[in-house]
Write a protein that binds this ligand. Structure first.
Ligand SMILES: *Cc1c(COP(=O)(O)O)cnc(C)c1O
Length: 423
């Protein structure tokens, strides 16, 4: 029985349409996932009714005893998951987690160094259009022109020249392993704080499938909704030395009352991530993206950096052209969308087009892996991607492969329900 369907059929119908979209299509957006029913239940719970400004044991409102319990549980589980001394689970998003770290340890116009947005970084790493780029003085590093990977010697040189107060590492569209120890060494040499933003790879790090930043760099920020497969939100980890400053920066520095229903959902997510099943899941995410990468390479596609170590692939479309103009990221995103494959356009190193058009495509496996797909299915998905892109590249108005692939995908997707137990 649905209260919402009775009371507000307009909103109910929209949610129902979205549910069908998620079920019938293939979600290959690298930053998305499918949360468990338990996480959904916690996030949809009455924990949302309460104001709980402050921290467990030190709230500004009465009646917080159970909110204290759930926030303590979330913090303890997150510390256990990553071996952290201190965790703050109140940041409502990854961006706010980053802002809180900057705000705690940098002053207006202090210099930070971070990966360029157009070469895999994130808005909240000092992009000129973001508050972080307007508030701090930013020097960006990119990837090496040849290897399209991070070059730590180049980054070290830049750090020596720029002398930043903080070095930020971590990315949104970087398919390779990040060497957090190298970043920390560079930061130490130039007397900078080091922040690792593991928003994308947190699930892989938690499972031991990517080297950790916790206990290596000074601050680790993350989202909880990407590979970690929890509710939409952020978190920060650090040593006890910095605990007070970080907590104060999140509240009252950045936010008022925390989203306690989401913190309940985070607690559930961290419990799930501590299980052996989750370790298997994280392994499978990588196997899946590598299986897909191999087929795409075999089909003649260019992958930025030539492959992947993690959950995502960055396709370089600049060689995908029949008669001059190459297929853009925007076109590829649109055509694949029509076929039931959801991906996002993405800038690539040495991008010549605007961020609204781009020459690249980011493809990620966390969500389809959550639906139970394995290497065999990923190979099939890669073939579908190849069929659609090659066909529309020849003729932008062709619907032949789009229509054929859409039919095949609808049938295929029905074998991998989002929530098997409710079908
Ligand atoms: C996704 C992401 C974030 C934060 O995203 P929000 O949408 O603000 O939660 C921060 N850093 C990186 C590297 C990301 O990929």
């Amino acid at each position: 029985m649905s209260y919402l369907a009775d009371y507000d059929p307009e909103v109910y119908d929209i949610i129902e349409k979205e549910r069908l979209r998620q079920i019938n299509g293939l979600e290959l957006i690298a930053s998305e996932n499918v949360v468990s029913k338990s996480v959904l239940e916690a996030v949809g719970s009455i924990m949302t009714n309460k104001y709980a400004e402050g921290y467990p044991g030190k709230r500004y409102y009465g009646g917080c005893e159970f909110h204290d319990m759930v926030e303590n549980l979330a913090r303890d589980r997150l510390c256990k998951l990553f071996g952290a001394e201190h965790a703050n689970v109140q940041a409502v998003s990854g961006s706010q987690a980053n802002q809180a770290v900057y705000f705690a340890f940098m002053k207006h116009n202090d210099k930070m160094m971070s990966q360029d947005l157009s070469q895999g970084g994130h808005l909240s790493h000092g992009s000129p259009v973001n508050i972080t780029g307007k508030w701090y003085s930013v020097s960006h590093y990119g990837v090496d022109k040849e290897t399209e990977m991070l070059d730590y010697a180049q980054i070290a040189d830049q750090a020596r020249r720029e002398k930043p107060k903080m070095i930020v590492c971590g990315a949104s569209a970087y398919p390779r392993t990040i060497d957090f120890k190298a970043f920390k060494e560079i930061a130490e040499e130039v007397g900078a704080y080091c922040t690792a933003d593991i928003a994308h790879i947190a699930g892989l790090v938690a499972a031991g499938e990517h080297p950790t930043s916790v206990g290596v760099v000074d601050f680790t920020t993350t989202t909880t909704h990407k590979t970690l497969r929890g509710p939409r939100g952020g978190a920060i980890m650090c040593s006890d030395e910095y605990a007070k400053d970080i907590d104060r920066s999140v509240f009252p520095g950045m936010q008022g009352g925390p989203l306690m229903h989401v913190i309940a959902g985070k607690a559930v997510c961290f419990r799930e991530a501590l299980t052996p099943d989750f370790k298997e899941y994280a392994k499978q995410i990588i196997k899946n993206s590598q299986a897909m990468a191999n087929v795409l390479i075999g089909e003649g596609f260019d992958l930025v950096s030539g492959g992947t170590d993690n959950h995502l692939i960055l396709l370089d479309l600049t060689n995908l052209s029949e008669n001059g103009d190459h297929l853009t990221g925007l076109e590829a995103e649109t055509f694949l969308g029509e076929a039931g494959i959801t991906v996002n356009k993405n800038t690539i190193p040495r991008e010549k087009l605007s961020p609204f058009v781009t020459s690249g495509l980011r493809i990620g496996t966390p969500a389809v892996t959550s639906r139970g797909m394995k290497e065999k299915e990923m190979e099939q998905v890669a073939v579908w991607i190849s069929r659609v892109l090659k066909d529309v590249c020849k003729n932008r108005s062709s619907k032949t492969e789009i229509d054929a692939v859409k039919k095949e995908i609808t049938e295929f997707a029905s074998k991998f329900p989002l929530y098997p137990e409710v079908a």
